[in-house]
Design a protein around this ligand. Structure first.
Ligand SMILES: [Zn+2]
Length: 156
């Protein structure tokens, strides 16, 4: 696994991307530490790579399968209204010697609040770009969330 100097405000964590959910040959899928938008994940390339233009064909094909599986899984789990996919890399460039890593933010968006394990998850920014504001949920709820998303990925 690659190390990271990232303190991306969307990922909300220094030195990592959260809880590893699933991996393919070329990408790791993490459950993001902040769940302001329920089901938010990070998809990170396993090798170091600065720009999307350096991602090779095999990695793109692999990524396309992750997009399909993740969207399908979330649709089965929480029926989001839409999905945001973003690749920013902005915050790392505030450093003197930026060392960006390719990682995608996968952010399900909801027109109506969703409920999970007795907790309500409204999307206060629906229709707009996601706000990098941290929303933590209890560890056991994170566990359940990870299991649910993972189960639906595996079931396909
Ligand atoms: Zn990030």
């Amino acid at each position: 696994m690659i190390s990271t100097n990232s303190t991306c405000e969307y990922c909300q964590i220094a030195g990592g991307y959260g809880k590893l959910l699933w991996e393919t040959n070329h990408w790791n899928v993490y459950l993001a530490p902040s769940q302001r938008y329920l089901g938010t994940c990070v998809v990170a390339l396993k090798r170091h790579c600065r720009d999307l233009s350096q991602v090779n064909n095999e990695e793109w094909i692999d990524f396309a399968q992750i997009v399909e599986k993740l969207e399908k899984s979330l649709t089965q789990t929480f029926q989001p209204t839409l999905y945001n996919w973003s690749c920013f890399k902005n915050s790392v460039f505030r450093d003197k010697n930026p060392n960006p890593e390719i990682h995608w933010h996968f952010i399900p968006r909801y027109h109506e609040p969703v409920h999970f394990e007795g907790i309500s998850f409204p999307d206060p920014d629906f229709g707009y770009i996601p706000i990098p504001k941290k929303r933590e949920i209890p560890v056991e709820v994170m566990e359940q969330l990870a299991i649910k998303i993972k189960d639906n990925i595996i079931k396909g």
